[in-house]
Ligand binder design. Sequence first.
Ligand SMILES: *Cc1c(COP(=O)(O)O)cnc(C)c1O
Length: 376
Amino acid sequence: MIRFNSAPLTGREAAYMQEAMANGKLCGDGPFTKKCSEWMKENFKVNQCFLTTSCTHALEMAAYLCDIQPGDEVIMPSYTFVSTADAFVLRGAKIVFVDIRPETMNIDERLIEDAITEKTKAIVVVHYAGVACAMDEIMAIAKKHALKVVEDAAQGVYAWYKGKALGTIGDFGCYSFHETKNYTMGEGGALLFDDMQYRERAEILREKGTDRSKFFRGQIDKYTWVDYGSSYLPSDLNAAYLYAQLEMAKEINDRRMAIYHYYDEHFENLEKEGAICRPFVPDYAVHNAHMYYLKLKDLDTRTAFIDYMKEKGVMAVFHYIPLHTSTAGKRFGRFHGEDVYTTRESERLVRLPMFYNLTDEQVQYVTEAVLSFQGF
Ligand SMILES: *Cc1c(COP(=O)(O)O)cnc(C)c1O
């Protein structure tokens, strides 16, 4: 069976974890946590980077820092992972979903302005598959209406919009280092932002509501409880695993891109014949091959395709039942405007195996299996 995903392994992870053990500092904010955040600050040109226990937690921190209050509205696409919405729902927000662009599966920036009300506080964009949303347009709308922009860049690490790293364009950026993402620490994430006015509050939130970070910097004698917060620090053991991957970020990215292009070239004819749609990347975006997907005719074709691939020993998967159709989505949100593409496109999409350690033989095998499917 060719798995759909497998956590990347580059070689130095075990040695770095041993080193973390020898450091005698397994808790948060140890040497490897610092190395990871410094690496991201330097490579992604951002002022602040806090490693967190997940992207979900980074989003929760962003929701606090946006000062979301009960009844506030937050605009986002419905075609996304649960956490994008849940992090804001936890602060009492009402979620306002708008439709996506079919070609990128990203929020349709042309529909955002119409969904804004007096209560709107923030726009949350999701860079699906590591392909950037139309950020200039979105930032302009946010500026005009004084809204915060949070980037769910869980899939967008080492991907770019007009030369800027995804996650560094809006007010807050959230990364995921879950094992299904391009770079991993098992479970983990990061919160990124530029504006230093948020730094102290972010530190407090992440350290159980205490000013412990200031204490460690020697700025105060004792640390105490100063605000609300939680425990959003990952263990330095996990950060050690991640650092081995960040050091190899380019190699990991190059390998994923090679797999992406192999698939993409071999499925070009299928698209020309009208059997499928391939992923589309706008000129303004440099993506990171987070995933390779095909869009088939409809739900029945996709079901038949997934069954066929399984028979061939290949795991092909789909994801995201649109949030506005889920039990919690109905309770905590509403869809503004018409769902023209969200449901229709989500039912057509299927993802192929894509991970760093996938071999050339496996990629060829998957490609041949796809090409031998007769039911398009
Ligand atoms: C994976 C993912 C998340 C959640 O990431 P965790 O690190 O598992 O919390 C959130 N949003 C999107 C778009 C994702 O793909």
